[in-house]
Each structure stands twice: as structure tokens, then as C-alpha cells.
Design a protein around this ligand. Structure first.
Ligand code: GAL
Length: 331
């Protein structure tokens, strides 16, 4: 081979190699916000798994602004991604993002929260009806009679309504028997502490005795407790939450919260990353035998199990799974 031909061949091979390197699979990840502790973990674990599988992640956070989330999706799709994973700010508004992604021939995975009324490709979450049932079953065992308050999750999130179904499946027979009275029942505008505080304050203004509060998640429960403490009426009130926030686990061991529900974050992040890579490669989903109606179609789905966390099971659940450190909880 002449030296010039050799140089040319080497250059061509190098170009092929470099192009190969730059065509790494890119997954877009759109987050709602980081107000709840878990979301940072969801994001980190998702990225770690995609990297492990040889892909790369571009990510953005909308801080609770649905139209900003749309713009962030637009930009990602314009720049080029192979699949899109969304923690939707708004279950209805996000349908526009799904339609837009499909114009770019990019498939969409709804992470933890279902996006409604669109041709969504995949939904990965927990059994949220079961989460609501776990909360209500627990509280009705420790407090089988009395006045119950329901502080639901964000109205923009389909999960809030699934939780409510699970809660009412357990509570309604007890209401009909006359054992339980639901004295306050409202959804929050956001999954935020201020919302828990606002709604609980509204409830307390009615001056009725309260025996138990089921809060959509621990953030809301934090606000609920602040409102109760301000009025000095927090003793002997049973409180349920969700998400196994550190502060909630500390309250559980300290006795000011009764239980929370832990949704294993590593499980949802890893599963979603595996499926996102399959979507990006245009593969058919394997081993999916569940689908969920989103108002427009039956969406292929994976629903993972959640766990009750109480005083006795903290070490066996959140600590054993490495989600929280024992010394921090018992600080
Ligand atoms: C919901 C989720 C809850 C909680 C909440 C806060 O979609 O089901 O577990 O994390 O978001 O953002």
C-alpha cells in the first residue's frame, strides 16, 4: 500500500470509528420538580442505569410549569433524542408533548404519572390504587372509628385519583356502617407542604374533632402536622403519608406520624431505563401483560408493588433497601 493510500484508509477508518462513538443512544428525561425528596433519586438512578446500558441522558426540570415542560420537550426533540421519558407536570397538558414527540417519530414513556388522552407508548408506575388502600387499611386498623380527614394529592396528577379510589375502597364500608365519618375531603393544587398546611387549616376552621388524616404524600403530611401543631391538637391523631421522606420516617419513630408508603425508587428507575433503551432501539416490549386505560387507548404498563413503612418495619424496608440511613432516621 502506498503511503498516501494508507493515510487515506486510516482517516476513513478513524471517521467511521468516531461517527460510531457519537451515535450513542440519547434518552430525554423531563422532570416536574424536586420538591419531594424522591425525585432527585429517581433522576440519578435512571441516569446511572442508562449509562450502564451504554446510553446517555439529557434532562430538564419544569418546576411545576406545564407550558415550560412543553417547551423543554420541543427543544430536546429538535436537538435529537431517541426516546422521551416524562414525569408529567400535568396529566392532561402533557398529551401535547406525546403528540409532538410522535411527529418526530420518538416514543414516550410516562414515568410514575399517567399521561391521559393521548397515544402514549408506555406507562411505568406503582399500583397507586393499592398505595391508597395500604394507607386506609393501616389507619382503620389502628383507628377503626372516628372522624377522618382526606388531604389528596395534586389535582393535576392522575395518581391522586388512583390513591383516592384505593382509600375509599377501604373506607366506604366503614362509613356505611357508621364507624367512620369523613369530615373533610379535598385535593391539593400541588404536592407541596404549603398545600397540606392550607387545607388542614381550612379543615380546622370547621372546629370538629379529628381522629385521623390521610395525606397524599409526606410533603402534604408535613404541612398537615404544622397546622395541627399550631393549634396544639396533634396528639392522638393518626396520620398516613407516602414517599418515605426522611422527615416522615423520623416522625414515625418519634410518634407524630403513624405510617408512610415506600415506593422502591431503584425498581422504577431501573425498569424505566431498560424500557427506554428498548423504545429507542425500536424493539417490541417483551413480557408486558398489563395495560391501563388512559382515556384514549389501552397503554402497555408495568405497575410495581409498594410497601408499608411503620415503626416496626422501617429497618426492614427503607433502611434494608439502602434508601435511608438508619443513623439519620434515629438521629
Ligand atoms: C406523585 C407520586 C407521589 C409523590 C408525588 C410528589 O406523582 O405518586 O409518590 O412522589 O408525585 O411529587
Amino acid at each position: 500500500m502506498k503511503p498516501r493510500t494508507f493515510i487515506l484508509c486510516t482517516a476513513i477508518l478513524a471517521a467511521i470509528f468516531l461517527t460510531g462513538c457519537s451515535t450513542k443512544t440519547t434518552i430525554g428525561l423531563l422532570m416536574d420538580n424536586y420538591e419531594t425528596e424522591r425525585w432527585q433519586r429517581d433522576k440519578d438512578m435512571f441516569i446511572a442505569r442508562i449509562n450502564e446500558l451504554g446510553g446517555t441522558v439529557v434532562t430538564d426540570v419544569a418546576n411545576g410549569d406545564a407550558s415550560l415542560q412543553y417547551k423543554q420537550a420541543e427543544k430536546m426533540l429538535e436537538d435529537g433524542i431517541d426516546a422521551l421519558v416524562i414525569v408529567a407536570v400535568d396529566q392532561n397538558e402533557a398529551a401535547k408533548i406525546v403528540a409532538l414527540a410522535h411527529k418526530y417519530k420518538v416514543k414516550v414513556l410516562s414515568y410514575d404519572r399517567l399521561i391521559r388522552n393521548c397515544n402514549l407508548d408506555l406507562y411505568i408506575s406503582f399500583d397507586n390504587v393499592e398505595v391508597g388502600a395500604l394507607q386506609a387499611e393501616y389507619l382503620t386498623k389502628v383507628c377503626p372509628q372516628g372522624n377522618y380527614v382526606l388531604i389528596g394529592g395534586a389535582v393535576t396528577d392522575n395518581n391522586s385519583f388512583l390513591l383516592k379510589i384505593g382509600q375509599m375502597n377501604v373506607l366506604q364500608p366503614l362509613v356505611e356502617r357508621g364507624d367512620i365519618r369523613i369530615v373533610f375531603d379535598q385535593f391539593a393544587n400541588r404536592w407541596a407542604e404549603e398545600e397540606g398546611y392550607r387545607l388542614m387549616t381550612e379543615c380546622l376552621a370547621k372546629k370538629q374533632k379529628i381522629d385521623a388524616v390521610i395525606a397524599g404524600n409526606d410533603n402534604l403530611a408535613t404541612g398537615v402536622l404544622r397546622a395541627l401543631q399550631e393549634k396544639g391538637v396533634y396528639e392522638n391523631i393518626y396520620i398516613a403519608g407516602q414517599d418515605a421522606d426522611l422527615i416522615a420516617c423520623q416522625r414515625i419513630v418519634g410518634g407524630t406520624q403513624t405510617m408512610t408508603v415506600y415506593k422502591p425508587i431503584e425498581a422504577i428507575a431501573t425498569k424505566s431505563a431498560d424500557f427506554a433503551m428498548q423504545m429507542a432501539a425500536g424493539e417490541e416490549f417483551k413480557n408486558l401483560n398489563l395495560s391501563v386505560n388512559n382515556g384514549k387507548r389501552m397503554v402497555p404498563a408495568v405497575l410495581l408493588p409498594a410497601m408499608v413503612v411503620n415503626r416496626e418495619t422501617i429497618r426492614l424496608t427503607v433502611v434494608a433497601e439502602g434508601y435511608l440511613k438508619e443513623n439519620k432516621i434515629y438521629d
